[in-house]
Design a protein around this ligand. Structure first.
Ligand SMILES: [Zn+2]
Length: 97
């Protein structure tokens, strides 16, 4: 069910963006419908991530991890290994600095 909520949220955001880009508001009076669609879709996305993800921290559940650099990847030296301070999730990424 919550997987559906995510899909619905994505569709809401997509429709909102399309309405904005197509400037439908100049032809039809939509009031703030595109913005409301995007905001509602975003809220749905956040709610569904909070419910479906299992990390302890709420911020981690919506994807806002607090990464710290652990070291270089052994296989690909250009990549660094990062680990989230709160939920211990690891990711590999090229260095920004
Ligand atoms: Zn995290």
């Amino acid at each position: 069910m919550f997987a559906n909520l995510k899909a619905i949220a994505s569709v809401f955001i997509l429709i909102g963006i399309i309405l904005l880009l197509a400037e439908v508001g100049e032809t039809f009076n939509l009031y703030n419908a595109p913005y409301i669609l995007i905001i509602v879709g975003f809220i749905f996305l956040v709610i569904s991530s909070i419910i479906t993800n299992k990390e302890k921290s709420l911020l981690c559940r919506i994807g806002l991890h607090k990464y710290e650099r652990l070291g270089r990847d052994i296989e690909v030296p250009a990549m660094f290994i990062y680990k989230c301070k709160r939920c211990s999730k690891q990711k590999k990424a090229a260095s920004i600095i």
